[in-house]
Unconditional design. Structure first.
Length: 488
């Protein structure tokens, strides 16, 4: 049922959906102001999400109470973002979304709501809209809550590992001597996650490997190598030193495959002699540093799990069909990963009569828990690419609708992947991390970029402090220490 405008005695229009009025029939602005003033918000809210606010009368009193906050308006109906009815901008809304604007709700939230602000978000519901739009309203609400939960999980990870990631960036810049430039190809691509179900599909990958491009997360490498299925590209994003155990497996081959790595990842010294594709998370500070090298790099948002980043990378590399396997997003019984698995040696070394390997595995399975928080994100990606994205093998249940049992010639044209899809680009001059950091320090001095850099680097270097508490001098000192190679 389409909304329609109606006049009121105050001169401000209201909107009807069927017989339901979304705003007061007499004075919509006054009604909205009373509603906003009746709400009690916790301290520290920096972003408000208005859930189908109709004509956005609620935005003005919210802006009055919180002049520095960001206000995002999420509309269920495109009626409210059309030029004749859109009052978002006039009401002080930072950005508005509706289904017909050409981007998904998840992409909109990623663009306007940083992970670092997940804990400082308040959702403001407009109850008449829930009654008017029913399931459509609840769907937008569910997607928004899902995004905030995922962003909050990323924020907790950032608080724990931010300083380590920051140091890794400058260490990795010292290793970056040559990069890889990929040219998009149409041959099929398989993303190999490290879930237990990968073991079931490895024989199929071995049989069909010649026409396929295999993009493997680093933790899947031992299982693939054991079956003599070398991946074409290995992706690593983990910033912890334990992730190096997965990468060491790849260097056991005489000719290591190509690598793609987040700039914040933990990388071994062997990367200094190899071409590898660095990945920026899209932040200003990482883009400044990588642009200074003059080398190709990819820009992919930080998703919180390497398999999600692998999917983003796959769509940058490949124009053809993309298959996912080993994406269980949960443990199976007490198994958390496909075998062999790099961490198994750690369990074996710790075995004793009172601490058998089985017990260690059981405890780890419980500690790892479920990655279900990301399952719905993958489900939405599957829905967004119905003709290109397929599930191969026994992945998480959310992939069932797009599942195929085996490759076939209708969905997988057999095309040999040309060798010229990738080229190595060498660093054209010697440069130190101190030189690269100069551009970052200059950007920190500029009024135009200082605030953005403090918002990005503050949570990394000083978790728990607000942006106002982080000084440019403190950030400059940390940059200098990291760029100078101090490892204290």
């Amino acid at each position: 049922m389409l909304p329609r405008l109606a006049a009121t005695g105050s001169g401000f229009p209201t909107v009807y959906v069927g017989d339901l009025a979304l705003h007061s029939r007499y004075n919509p602005p006054l009604e909205a102001e009373k509603y906003i003033n009746s709400l009690h918000f916790r301290e520290g809210v920096r972003f408000f999400i208005l859930l189908e606010p109709g004509l956005a009368y609620a935005a003005a009193p919210l802006r009055k109470r919180f002049p520095q906050a960001g206000i995002l308006s999420l509309h269920v109906s495109d009626f409210f973002t059309r030029s004749k009815t859109n009052t978002d901008g006039a009401a002080g809304v930072t950005a508005a979304w509706s289904p017909g604007l050409g981007e998904t709700l998840q992409c909109f939230l990623e663009k306007h709501l940083p992970d670092t602000e997940a804990a400082s978000v308040a959702i403001v519901e407009w109850r008449p809209s829930q009654a008017a739009f029913g399931e459509l309203y609840l769907k937008v609400f569910s997607e928004t809550v899902e995004y905030i939960k995922r962003a909050d999980a990323n924020k907790r990870t950032l608080d724990n590992f931010g300083r380590r990631w920051f140091k890794n960036v400058f260490r990795n810049l010292r290793l970056l001597k040559q990069s890889i430039r990929y040219h998009p190809f149409s041959s099929p691509l398989v993303i190999a996650g490290a879930g237990p179900s990968l073991e079931q599909t490895i024989p199929l990958l071995a049989e069909k490997h010649s026409p396929l491009f295999i993009l493997a997360v680093s933790s899947a490498v031992p299982a693939l190598r054991a079956a003599n299925v070398p991946p074409d590209l290995i992706l690593t994003t983990d910033g912890g030193n334990w992730a190096l155990l997965h990468l060491y497996e790849a260097f056991r081959d005489q000719r290591p495959p190509a690598f793609a790595a987040a700039l914040t990842a933990a990388l071994p010294s062997q990367f200094a002699g190899l071409p590898w594709l660095p990945i920026s998370d899209g932040s200003l500070w990482q883009n400044i540093l990588l642009c200074g090298t003059g080398l190709p790099f990819a820009v992919l948002p930080q998703r919180g799990t390497v398999t999600a980043t692998a999917l983003d990378l796959a769509f940058q590399l490949c124009r053809g069909p993309v298959y996912i396997t080993g994406m269980d997003l949960e443990h199976r019984d007490i198994r958390t990963h496909a075998r062999p698995y790099s961490f198994e040696r750690l369990f074996t070394e710790a075995v004793s009569r009172l601490n058998p390997a089985y017990s260690q595995t059981f405890v780890r399975a419980g500690a790892v828990g479920s990655l279900g928080i990301y399952a719905q994100w993958f489900a939405r990606r599957m829905a967004a690419y119905p003709d290109r994205l397929f599930s191969l093998g026994n992945n998480n249940a959310v992939f069932k609708e797009r599942s195929i049992g085996v490759f076939n010639h209708e969905t997988t044209p057999v095309k040999k992947i040309p060798e010229e899809i990738a080229e190595t680009v060498l660093l054209n001059r010697e440069q130190s991390t101190e030189t690269l950091s100069t551009a970052l320090l200059k950007a920190l001095e500029s009024g135009e970029t200082r605030e953005a850099l403090l918002r990005e680097l503050g949570p990394l270097l000083f978790p728990g402090d607000s942006a106002a508490q982080v000084s440019p001098e403190a950030v400059r000192k940390e940059i200098g220490i990291a760029a100078g190679g101090f490892h204290g």
